[in-house]
Design a protein around this ligand. Structure first.
Ligand SMILES: [Fe+2]
Ligand SMILES: [Fe+2]
Length: 301
């Protein structure tokens, strides 16, 4: 673990970031591009320089991209939540967002000098940390093919079979067993019922909740409904991960109205709690719309 040096300094500089600057940032960053350096980190780009050994995870990501069985599962896992329960998306788009967010959050934490414990405590290498994160993010929701309810538990046997095949391409027997255990740990801990025991698992759990822009919140809601889950999830405009000095990562949430706070409180904060990342994350909600009657301009959660 890294000493929290300079945290107060970074806090002051962050306070100076006003809503107008955020609005400019939102306009600047395009929908799909990663924007780095002072603004935000959004998508993992294998071709960029990273603060960790990235060759292994890049090879695994290429495998994931072209693997037919993974692709079919990610489509099939959306039928129970979306078609049958009219919940929000849990398919390939969700998984892509979670995996990108997770690798970006990992990158920012590594830049800040945070030491991850999962791979290390299994005698694995630093290069295995992002592999654990990428594979857990990819397979965390496949249990939905069995049932939406309690799906994290159903993800475990399904992911275990897939991992035997996938990890066999990259690891020998001992590494395979240890990697499999770490990835399954991260998968089960995306559920708030289980506490992550590794920072790798904490990253996956928090990132699952970061997929909440523009109505994509993870709180199940009925499509077309007008309940608080629907209204508040529509209020989240953009979620940004920003680098601040030291090991602190700023999660900035731009909302079109104050109802978005409900999502942040009920979903994101619940996932951050006991994630092991509490000391490294600052969550700030900002009202991004000009409105004389606005209730919230900027609140720290
Ligand atoms: Fe899930
Ligand atoms: Fe998920």
């Amino acid at each position: 673990m890294v000493e929290d040096s300079g945290a107060d300094e970074s806090r002051d500089s962050v306070e100076d970031t006003d809503a107008e600057e955020l609005r400019r940032g939102i306009r600047r960053a395009s929908e799909d591009d990663g924007t780095e350096g002072g603004v935000e980190l959004r998508r993992y780009d294998p071709g960029r320089e990273h603060s960790f050994p990235d060759e292994r995870v890049n090879a695994v990501l290429e495998f994931i991209r072209t693997d037919e069985e993974i692709g079919v599962y990610l489509e099939a896992q959306n039928v129970n939540p979306v078609t049958r329960k009219q919940y929000n998306d849990h398919g390939p788009k969700h998984v892509e967002i979670v995996r990108n967010r997770a690798l970006c959050l990992y990158e920012l934490l590594k830049r800040g000098g945070v030491e991850f414990n999962g791979a290390r405590e299994q005698g694995l290498e630093e290069a295995d940390e992002p592999v654990i994160i990428a594979l857990a993010a990819t397979l965390h929701d496949i249990g939905h093919v069995v049932h939406r309810d309690d799906h994290p538990y159903y993800s475990i046997p399904l992911a275990a079979d897939m991992l035997d095949r996938i990890l066999g391409e990259f690891y020998d027997l001992e590494e395979r067993v240890r990697m499999k255990g770490e990835i399954l740990h991260a998968i089960i801990c995306h559920h708030t019922e289980e506490d992550p025991l590794t920072l790798e698992a904490g990253v996956v759990r928090v990132s699952d909740a970061l997929d909440m822009e523009r109505g994509r919140s993870r709180q199940p809601y009925e499509q077309g409904g007008r309940g608080i889950n629907t209204v508040s999830s529509q209020a989240i405009e953009r979620v940004m991960l920003r680098d601040v000095s030291g090991p602190t990562v700023l999660v900035e949430i731009a909302m079109t109205n104050a109802a978005g706070v409900f999502q942040v409180d009920n979903l994101l904060k619940a996932k951050v709690e006991n994630s092991g990342l509490e000391e490294y994350l600052r969550i700030v909600a900002i009202n991004s719309h000009h409105d004389d009657k606005q209730i919230v301009e900027r609140i720290e959660l």
